[in-house]
Write a protein that binds this ligand. Structure first.
Ligand SMILES: [Fe+2]
Length: 182
């Protein structure tokens, strides 16, 4: 069997990213719907728009290289998203659900940050400067999203803790639980 070159391996990385971004495009509307905090919903909505841009950047890279993003499924992202979906099926108070959604979204971001970082570095090594720049732009946006999620979590986590220890507004936070236990 012929060994793959770094360039061929890099193309596979890009296809993985293309698949990952398209999986995120499908998952985000569900997360937007589930989010209780306006701030969190807004962060997800903005990231959905950004993600469309990330797919377009990958398209540009493929156009230049004469290929396309199809033909590979990112199994890593599939697993991360699958776990995120489990969160949506649990009975959680509003703030705890938001805290769990943030955790799930940050796993997605960290997976992307790792993969974009590698793909950018390989682009540089291969002399694909324009591709490296496009990948770097997306990498920065993923990092910004991750930081924004951390900031939102800092507000929401104490609220979730308060609600579950009985000091919060129980009527509001119990809504989800009671509605599923008729
Ligand atoms: Fe992305």
């Amino acid at each position: 069997m012929k060994e793959k070159t770094l360039r061929e391996f890099w193309t596979d990385e890009l296809k993985d990213l293309y698949s990952a971004e398209n999986q995120i495009l499908k998952a985000l509307p569900k997360m937007i719907k589930a989010a209780n905090s306006d701030e969190l919903r807004q962060a997800f909505e903005e990231h959905l728009k950004q993600t469309q841009g990330h797919v377009q950047r990958l398209d540009r890279i493929f156009q230049r290289a004469g290929g396309n993003g199809r033909g590979k499924k990112c199994k890593g992202m599939e697993g991360v998203i699958e776990e995120g979906k489990e969160v949506l099926e649990e009975e959680l108070t509003d703030d705890t659900l938001d805290a769990a959604l943030i955790g799930a979204a940050q796993k997605v971001e960290h997976y992307e940050i790792a993969t974009y970082g590698t793909a950018r570095t390989h682009a540089e090594i291969l002399g694909e400067q324009q591709a490296a720049e496009l990948l770097e732009e997306t990498l920065q946006e993923e990092k910004e999203t991750d930081e924004r999620l951390t900031q939102i979590a800092e507000e929401i986590n104490p609220q979730a803790e308060e609600a579950s220890s009985g000091n919060g507004e129980m009527t509001k936070t119990r809504r989800r639980v009671t509605s599923t236990r008729r």
